[in-house]
Design a protein around this ligand. Structure first.
Ligand code: DAH
Length: 374
């Protein structure tokens, strides 16, 4: 056999053996490769060695020398993989190993609560119509929640059982009869059965001096804004309001309202209607209709209920009307000079309408499987 053929065969064997060892990912695979290439009985190196005797005699020393070099190279390639596998099985090395086939850890991104998303969009829409955003406190006094809004102290809306008055720690309050006590118990049970429960100090109580309460409406912010500003006033305010209602698919003791107020010279009902129509079209769809039904609120005259078309019917979104002259007087505006409109809409209803949510209680359970849909 010519020397060159022998050497070519040796080199090919070295390449194949090195590749096979390198590809071995565990001890069993490495052992199989070892037997195949350097096995004492039928290894391929053994077979090549047999060819050594057939090399021309003069070339045999050179062939033998190269054979030994290749044999050593194959053995050290084998040894290198033995060491690689041994170190891979040690814990520290395992940590460094990257298995690209393992599915990635996917961390869920947080997102805004659907109510917050709705509020942000409503602010955006009203901002485009020139309304600026103002805020007011959730703990209110009687003046801003009732009196300045033309709601006299004996009005049913001020009833302690319809509001979350703050317990200011006074003792010996006047009892209002067994029936009311029972109702109060029911309300307190509702408050504590909610998840999360309302803090005890915020539970409904029969106040001795009912001066502070959790606001029952965002209309309070109308007063606070007008106390600070001179007309033209063009504001909205979004936030939480509280009423001791039993929670059901459409009620919750805490919910959100968007309040709007525009006071200027020559403001009319037509401005109210066109503003609400533009609002509804931007918030829902171009073909949404709104309708007004006559109603009564102490702080508006005339007053209306605002409905929006939904499927084949109408849903009630809230109340609106022309600001009552008494309210304008309460904040020092001259009702002969200025007129205004106001509206207050339920944000849960808007949110539910947009997302097809059938039960608003879902919005407050904090179940990420639900919230993740929005
Ligand atoms: N504050 C009323 C409520 O909570 C809603 C409302 C009605 C707000 C008429 C207004 C309004 O601004 O003009 O039921």
């Amino acid at each position: 056999m010519a020397l060159s053929n022998f050497l070519t065969e040796l080199d090919a064997l070295l390449d194949e053996a090195t590749d096979a060892f390198a590809a071995a990912c565990d001890a069993a695979a490495l052992e199989a490769a070892r037997v195949q290439f350097v096995g004492a009985k039928s290894g391929r190196l053994k077979a090549v060695q047999k060819g050594l005797g057939k090399v021309d005699k003069a070339d045999r020393p050179a062939a033998g020398k190269r054979f030994n070099e290749v044999k050593q190279a194959i053995e050290s390639a084998h040894q290198a993989v033995v060491e690689r596998l041994a170190s891979a099985s040690r814990p520290a090395a395992t940590a460094r190993c990257v298995d690209p086939t393992v599915p990635g850890d996917c961390c869920r991104l947080g997102r805004l609560h659907p109510i917050t998303q709705t509020i942000e969009e409503l602010k955006e829409i009203m901002g485009r119509l020139g309304f600026s955003v103002v805020d007011g406190p959730e703990v209110e006094d009687q003046w801003h929640n009732f009196e300045a809004l033309n709601i006299p102290p004996d009005h049913p809306a001020c009833n302690p059982l319809e509001n979350f008055y703050l317990d200011q720690g006074s003792a010996g309050g006047e009892r209002q009869g067994d029936k009311e006590t029972r109702r109060q118990g029911e309300i307190a049970a509702t408050a504590s059965s909610l998840s999360p429960p309302l803090p005890v100090s915020l539970s409904p109580c029969l106040p001795v001096s009912p001066s502070f309460l959790l606001r029952s409406q965002t209309s309070t912010v109308q007063i606070r804004a007008m106390e600070r500003m001179r007309p033209p006033v063009r504001i909205i305010s979004c936030g939480r309001v509280y009423r001791p209602d039993t929670a059901d698919a459409t009620h919750y003791p805490m919910f959100h309202q968007i309040e709007g107020l525009l006071v200027d010279r020559g403001v009319t009902m037509a401005d109210l209607k066109s503003t609400l129509r533009l609002f509804a079209r931007s918030a829902f769809a171009d073909d949404v209709h709104i309708r007004f039904r006559p109603s009564f609120f102490p702080f508006t005259e005339p007053s209306v209920e605002v409905d929006m078309s939904w499927a084949d019917g109408w849903i009630e979104m809230g109340g609106a009307g022309m600001v009552d002259p008494n309210v304008l007087r309460a904040v020092g505006y001259d009702p002969e000079e200025f007129t205004g409109f106001a509206f207050g809409l339920g944000i849960e209803r808007i949110c539910a309408r947009r997302h097809g949510i059938a039960d608003i209680r879902e919005l407050f359970k904090n179940d990420v499987r639900f919230l993740h849909q929005f």
